[in-house]
Write a protein that binds this ligand. Structure first.
Ligand code: NAD
Ligand code: UGA
Length: 332
């Protein structure tokens, strides 16, 4: 059973910068680091005094002496002063999501995922930050033949979002090859779920539908599969990536729970005791039928493997959501 907000970690940097700290993964990471004794500078363009998502995501960090929040856009803010004396930069800021990346929003994806990353890399190089951990994505693999994706596989990104994540990752790895650049670990996260998951994502929507009775829109037939990865496991891998001296290059963070969307729907139904009303819709462009991580490199390099199974993780995710649904009680 996951211990939410009790992220177990063995070692942590003394001082770190977390970009995207008002987001889903970044806020969990920042909290775990502070708990482990790290002084954290969190940077995000969402204003935690005005933006509802930022307010909710940063609630558990508010008032903690080890956390300092800077509201700033990495596309134009002065980054150097934020990085002084940092042992590690965790670069999670970016525009996520496969489906909205088609069309005019692509320029935002390009700006935040590639151009802002370039600014972070230049600043890390100038200040001499020793380690950068960057959030890459399973989406860079694209369609697979059904086997597990290995880091050495040739990437075939199938959406504009995935193209920007591949560019972001490769840009970081190119900087790491320079004698003056930071060492870089690019973590390829596989569909992360758990409390505070983004509201556009499937597990959030499935659990929300089961809790509220609102319909769930299903893109495709529901047989598409993902390596669902629980947030605490992702946080543990991310902190370890900053502290293992020999770690470098791309590493898959996934492989715990491969399941179809229909299986997630079944678990959500059994957890809540309520059926989900499905609204069938067409499959979306760029949406792959399967993601599956080969976790060997993560195990060998980081000594990391996922610990939280899908049922336990979804229960913790559901309990966090249920606390926000007025008058929710489990159906008999
Ligand atoms: P999120 O949207 O919750 O968090 C991203 C944060 O980055 C947001 O708070 C946003 O305001 C901030 N941000 C974006 N552009 C910025 C800029 N220019 N300057 C400052 N802040 C900026 O997303 P998330 O799900 O927490 O994802 C975090 C990272 O992990 C992203 O890079 C995403 O591509 C990657 N990733 C996520 C998943 C997943 O399943 N959630 C899987 C693979 C990779
Ligand atoms: C997720 C994140 O959203 C990306 O930011 C991240 O880069 C990616 O994981 C990753 O692993 O790299 P995705 O796997 O598409 O992307 O996760 P969801 O957005 O939760 O979608 C999962 C599946 O559910 C997709 O097939 C999607 O079409 C479907 N879905 C989603 C629905 O059927 N209905 C919805 O309302 C939402």
């Amino acid at each position: 059973m996951p211990q939410h907000e009790q992220h177990p970690t063995t070692a942590a940097p003394r001082r770190a910068v977390v970009t995207g700290s008002a987001g889903f993964i970044g806020s969990h990471l920042a909290h775990a680091l502070v708990q482990a004794g790290t002084t954290v500078i969190g940077v995000d363009r969402r204003d935690p005094s005005a933006d509802a998502t930022a307010i909710a995501n940063l609630a558990s960090l508010r008032g903690l002496p080890g956390y300092h929040h800077i509201t700033a856009d990495l596309l134009n803010c002065a980054i150097d002063p934020l990085l002084i004396d940092a042992d590690a930069v965790f670069h999670l800021a970016g525009i996520p999501g496969v489906r909205p990346s088609w069309g005019p929003q692509f320029s935002d994806y390009l700006a935040s995922n590639v151009l802002a990353t370039h600014r972070v890399l230049e600043a890390c190089t100038r200040i001499g930050v020793p380690r950068l951990v960057v959030a890459s994505s399973s989406s860079i693999y694209g369609p697979t033949d059904g086997g597990a994706s290995v880091e050495a596989d040739r990437p075939k990104p199938a959406s504009p979002y995935a193209v920007t994540k591949l560019a972001e990752e490769q840009l970081c790895l190119a900087y790491a090859e320079r004698p003056v650049g930071p060492s870089v670990v690019a973590l390829r996260y596989f569909t992360v779920y758990g409390p505070r998951q983004r509201a556009d994502m499937f597990t959030h929507r499935a659990l929300q539908a089961a809790l509220t009775g609102q319909p769930l829109r299903l893109y495709g037939d529901g047989h598409q599969r993902r390596d669902f990865t629980y947030i605490d496991d992702v946080v543990a891998a991310t902190i370890t990536a900053a502290t293992v001296p020999t770690a470098q290059g791309a590493i898959n963070v996934g492989g715990g729970s491969n399941a179809s969307l229909l299986e997630v729907i079944n678990i959500a139904t059994s957890l809540t005791g309520r059926d989900i009303q499905l609204q069938q819709d067409h499959a979306r462009s760029g949406d792959v039928l399967l993601t599956r991580a080969d976790p060997s490199r993560a195990r060998e390099v980081l000594g990391w493997q996922p610990r939280v199974d899908l049922h336990s993780g979804l229960r913790a995710h559901m309990q966090a959501l249920a606390a926000q649904v007025p008058n929710y009680s489990r159906a008999a």
